[in-house]
Design a protein around this ligand. Structure first.
Ligand SMILES: Cc1cc2nc3c(=O)[nH]c(=O)nc-3n(C[C@H](O)[C@H](O)[C@H](O)COP(=O)(O)O)c2cc1C
Length: 188
């Protein structure tokens, strides 16, 4: 059975660019062919600032939004986080979504599709790595960094990647798949 890859749109800002990149990456993953790939949008879960009374590791969720989010996160074997950089750090919507569940993230690999200005979101991606490893996830060294992202959008706001970005995406997907297979044993 093929492994599930969730490409998660981490920005929830009105007018955000995130979905353009995420749609491209998800389509790319479908064509790559190794994963069962699907697109997940944080906006659809309407997560408020963390509002569960119990530690997420207990999985005693009382809020419907958490139960829905838990189900979604649990269904994936690997993740691609499509994340911008806000003030050299992760967007709060992403940090908040990470905190809501715990075991559902454990022993799974992830990669970043990061974007922004000149840094390509890399400063945020480095900080995010520290957070995410606490959830027992495995970061890929290989990532897709998109500097000056607005210059790669066409007039319909469709993302038009260059060859460097496409090569990076292929490499990251290959690594993600290797790790997702290897970590399957730990996920029991
Ligand atoms: C609050 C805020 C902080 C930002 N800080 C950075 C930054 O530190 N580095 C950067 O490259 N771009 C920064 N930007 C610009 C974003 O890269 C750009 O707005 C991008 O479109 C954000 O992604 P989104 O549209 O999917 O939300 C910032 C944007 C916002 C709204």
């Amino acid at each position: 059975m093929s492994l599930n890859l969730h490409t998660i749109i981490c920005s929830t800002r009105p007018g955000r660019i995130g979905p353009a990149l995420a749609r491209w990456f998800n389509d790319f993953a479908v064509q790559h062919g190794k994963f069962q790939a699907s697109l997940v949008d944080l906006v659809d879960f309407e997560l408020p600032i963390y509002d569960e009374p119990n530690h997420p590791a207990l999985q005693k969720y009382v809020k419907e939004h958490t139960k829905r989010w838990s189900e979604s996160v649990a269904a994936a074997d690997a993740y691609a986080f499509v994340s911008p950089e806000y003030n050299y750090g992760p967007p709060p919507s992403f940090v908040n979504a990470l905190n809501f569940v715990y075991k559902e993230w454990n022993y799974k690999p992830y990669g970043f599709v990061s974007y922004g200005g000149v840094s390509g979101g890399l400063r945020a991606a480095q900080l995010e790595k520290q957070l995410v490893t606490t959830l027992k996830m495995m970061p890929m060294a290989e990532g897709v960094a998109v500097p000056m992202v607005t210059q790669l959008l066409d007039q319909d706001k469709k993302f038009m990647p260059n060859d460097l970005i496409k090569t990076a995406a292929t490499t990251m997907l290959h690594e993600l798949h290797r790790w997702a297979e290897a970590l399957k044993a730990m996920r029991g």
